[in-house]
Write a protein that binds this ligand. Structure first.
Ligand SMILES: Cc1ncc(COP(=O)(O)O)c(C=O)c1O
Length: 411
């Protein structure tokens, strides 16, 4: 038999661990930022694709659709109008870079600002994709605790003062201020003002990840940090993943040119997918404003099913705040529950959850916490999946003692 080629000796040092082969999604999938399949505006996207292609399909012959390297101009025009209306950001299409999902925005900002050994500040509980990126770059991430109103300014102030005392200059404050992932909190306008004051005082830029800002139940949001900054020290990113569909892979960055020009030089893919940008621009200009409130209503309904089911199945053993928007719930279980172990045991029963330690800089604080995404599973799957999770949790950790409003004997 022919010897198969061995790639292993060729691999450079420092590669991430190998990926696992995908073996299909769990039956009850409460992970990831997936959306409600019925809310993808399929007919509207088909009509938008047809009209955009008929009108401008010939432009596909040119890299960047004859719009230059920052992305399809009509999409950037739509974003400039939307950002002004919703987030108070005064910018033009020239300040916006269309990227392949906000994950690429994270890579570009990190690539432009961070070197191995640097320090960054972020919320203590934060997006796993950000934490793994910091780790891979060999960056020290200092987590600042949150409360019911988001990032705690007393704690941020203390962290900045401590860094200064140690002679450490943090490279950025990464924050998800508007429907924080995973806590669902919204940073108040007063705290935003204080955050910007501290950032100015210590000379640290702010990276504002605003990808859930469209999903606030009552549609009312505080102005973006980018809009409030008087020193142009904020980089802002957003995404169409949560408002339209994650598989489209379209996000955007707004940044001062001094940094935008460096990120543009790092974006070496010759532009993000053109068809997606054309379809989004065509669909969103007339429909975004009516699509999003309808989506929010459906998401809120699913959240209510989730909270009701958790109350039924876990009783007081599951603690959570009713979030003001978004697609996930951050749940605290009794201290003896180790959600890394719960995650493994639940997965064997077809229930996938995000264990808290993967979403936090503080593994002890998050050990009994988990994140549950409710946008993608049906109401029925939420009820069934959470009942299975409660059974697994009881079997493994003895809690909850009650489930489905029925007292259970401890094993
Ligand atoms: C806070 C945050 N930032 C960025 C992303 C990446 O989103 P996308 O690349 O789909 O825009 C996510 C996805 O869940 C997220 O929660």
């Amino acid at each position: 038999m022919t010897q198969l080629f061995d790639f292993a000796p060729l691999l450079p040092a420092g590669l991430p661990p190998p990926a696992m082969r995908w073996t299909g999604a769990a039956k009850f999938n409460f992970t990831g930022g997936n959306n409600d399949a019925d809310q993808v505006p399929v007919d509207g996207l088909i009509a938008a694709a047809t009209s955009a292609m008929k009108r401008e399909g010939r432009n596909l012959a040119t890299y960047g659709l004859a719009s230059g390297p920052q992305g399809y101009r009509p999409l950037r025009d739509f974003l400039a109008t939307k950002l002004k209306r919703d987030a108070g950001i005064a910018c033009t299409a020239d300040d916006i870079l269309v990227v392949s999902g906000s994950l690429q925005a994270l890579d570009l900002v990190n690539g432009a600002l961070l070197a191995r050994g640097d320090t960054v500040i972020c919320e203590q509980d934060t997006y796993q994709g950000t934490l793994t990126r910091f780790m891979r770059r060999g960056v020290n991430a200092i987590g600042v605790p949150l409360d019911h109103e988001g990032l705690r300014m007393d704690a941020l102030s203390a962290v900045l003062a401590d860094c200064k005392a140690r002679g450490v200059q943090p490279k950025m404050i990464y924050t998800i201020p508007t429907v924080q992932n995973p806590t669902g909190t919204i940073l108040s306008e007063a705290r935003r003002t204080e955050l910007l004051r501290l950032a100015d005082e210590y000379g640290v830029p702010v990276f504002e990840d605003d990808c859930y800002a469209d999903l606030i139940w009552d549609g009312r949001r505080p102005p973006a940090l980018y809009a409030m900054s008087t020193s142009a020290n904020v980089i802002h990113c957003g995404s169409f993943s949560k408002s339209i569909a994650p598989a489209l892979r379209v996000g955007f960055l707004v940044a001062p040119w001094a940094l935008m020009s460096r990120m543009l030089a790092l974006k070496t893919d010759a532009g993000s997918g053109a068809l997606e940008q054309m379809v989004l621009a065509e669909y969103c200009a007339p429909h975004f404003e009516s699509h999003v409130p309808a989506l929010r209503k459906v998401l809120r309904g699913k959240l209510e099913t989730l909270m009701e089911t958790l109350n039924e199945q876990f009783g007081t053993a599951a603690e959570f705040d009713d979030p003001k928007g978004g697609i996930f719930l951050w749940v605290k279980l009794p201290d003896n529950v180790d959600t890394m172990k719960l995650y493994q045991a639940a997965l064997k029963e077809g229930v996938a959850i995000n264990p808290g330690p993967e979403w936090s800089t503080d593994k002890a604080h998050s050990g009994a916490r988990l994140r549950i995404c409710f946008a993608s599973p049906s109401h029925e799957q939420i009820r069934e999946g959470i009942a299975i999770l409660a059974d697994v949790c009881r079997r493994e950790f003895g809690v909850p003692t009650r489930s489905g409003n029925v007292e259970r004997a401890r094993a």
